[in-house]
Design a protein. Sequence first.
Length: 65
Amino acid sequence: MSLIRPQILAAISGAIAAYLADEEAVQMAAAGAAAAPGPPLNLWALAGRQEAMQLRLLMQRRSLR
């Protein structure tokens, strides 16, 4: 077996280091995206939508009779 030349060894170790750095950056980005909270919940809008849906349901039931 022949010995690996220093230039090839440096290229291999550089590629491995770049790969590991890229994997770490991807994991950090995924953790940052998952931890970011969404906008606060607007309870007034939620209640209004629920009331509108309830009114629509009542109107549909009346029209079916």
